[in-house]
Write a protein that binds this ligand. Structure first.
Ligand code: AP5
Length: 214
């Protein structure tokens, strides 16, 4: 089974995908994190993606689809976070997946999303995610997992975050309509604590699993 988490930048897709993957023994695939690994390693793909990511735009479909196709080829169950982001990507995913993917939209208001993005801190070594208010590190400025320095993500400054929200409205909102039209979308409230959202998500996954399983 492939679960797709949808929602605006800062909705908590990465946070919830990690929790869902752990609870369901699924692989967590974040295209944003994969691309940032390429950026950190300065690979040709990373250099191609950099200007799109730093400006808040999208990396071209063909680049991202090829990256995801390669990862999905091992046949496990997956939680996808940050993919698909365009209707072309959603169609490609339907063609790649053995079983039709199911989408869950995390609904979060704009003020809350900006609060989450501007308070986010990530570790420089591996991208572990914190928030100054809702999930602070034990030691200020240091990652709990590997002790590396925490930094503000390049694209989390307010101007780029607002641009990412515009791109979301233009390019990714139609993906929600795509899954809704296919009868493969559930929308849940993404506000409240990460634990509250996790519990809502778990209920949906259980209910859909029951329906799918007959
Ligand atoms: P990507 O990394 O996917 O960024 P995004 O979609 O903008 O999502 P974010 O990572 O900003 O937020 P999130 O929803 O995961 O929230 P998080 O859990 O971290 O993509 C980055 C860029 O890569 C794109 O702009 C694009 O250029 C490129 N890209 C990636 N995929 C692509 C694709 N498919 N096609 C083309 N281009 C692509 O939470 C945010 C903060 O809030 C954290 O600090 C967290 O601790 C906190 N938080 C989480 N949940 C809660 C809660 N319930 N209450 C309080 N705080 C919370």
């Amino acid at each position: 089974m492939i679960w797709v988490l949808l929602g605006p930048p800062g909705a908590g897709k990465g946070t919830q995908a990690a929790l869902l993957a752990e609870a369901g023994s699924l692989a967590h695939l974040s295209t944003g994190e994969l691309l940032r690994e390429h950026l950190r390693a300065r690979t040709p793909l990373g250099e191609q993606a950099r200007r799109h990511m730093e400006s808040g735009g999208l990396v071209p479909d063909e680049v991202v689809i090829a990256m995801v196709r390669e990862r999905l080829s091992n046949g496990r169950g997956f939680v996808l976070d940050g993919f698909p982001r365009t209707v072309a990507q959603a169609e490609a995913l339907d063609a790649i997946a053995a079983e039709a993917p199911y989408a869950i939209e995390l609904a979060v208001g704009r003020d809350e999303v900006i609060r989450r993005l501007t308070g986010r801190r990530v570790c420089t070594a591996a991208g572990h995610v914190y928030h100054l208010d809702s999930h602070p590190p034990r030691q200020e400025g240091r990652c709990d997992v590997d002790g590396s320095l925490l930094q503000i993500r390049e694209d989390d400054n307010e101007a780029t975050a607002r641009r990412r929200l515009e791109v979301y409205d233009e390019k990714t909102a139609p993906v929600i309509a795509y899954y809704e039209g296919a009868g493969r979308l559930v929308r849940i409230d993404g506000e409240g604590s990460a634990t509250e959202v996790r519990d809502r998500l778990a209920r949906v996954v259980r209910d859909v699993g029951v329906i799918e399983g007959g």
